[in-house]
Design a protein around this ligand. Sequence first.
Ligand SMILES: [Mn+2]
Length: 197
Amino acid sequence: MRTGSITRTTAETDIKVSVNLDGSGVYDVNTGIGFLDHMIEQLSRHGLIDITLHVKGDLHVDEHHTVEDSAIALGQAIAQALGDKKGITRYGSTYAPMDEALARVALDISGRPILVWKARFSQPRLGTMDTEMFEHWFHSLAQAAGITLHIECLYGTNNHHIIEGIYKAFARALAQAITIDPRKADAVPSTKGILGG
Ligand SMILES: [Mn+2]
């Protein structure tokens, strides 16, 4: 089992996270932001990654630190679980429809983090969460996990559907990319022999 566990404490947040990349989609998520919990639960369920994530953040300030730091810690746990990345498929891409919205995610667990984000929202918030923070969440996760991450909402009108489609597409693309390919189980999937920059 490929597992990772991170404890991260700053003046702004106190986080405990553990992941099992070879899980079955079991989750226990409490960030203090209900909508973000709902999205991270999608990542677990549809990515078949077990995620335990507990965050005590400075929500009396606003949700920024909690959103950002939860993504950093989760990304670090994923990177730790991937280890030297031996045998992984490395690439993943998925289209996910969510009713009238269609999301596309393509990613490469490259060690060269970048986020390309092409999604817009017509509402400033979903639940209590500022919709502008979703881009920042994925940016922070990509940085921490070392993922080249391209996210696009091709069309859609309902803001809940747009972001939920994006999380589901990300979950499925990540599930593909972390899958061990038995034909190269002992090899790092790069002609450089290393995935890290
Ligand atoms: Mn939903």
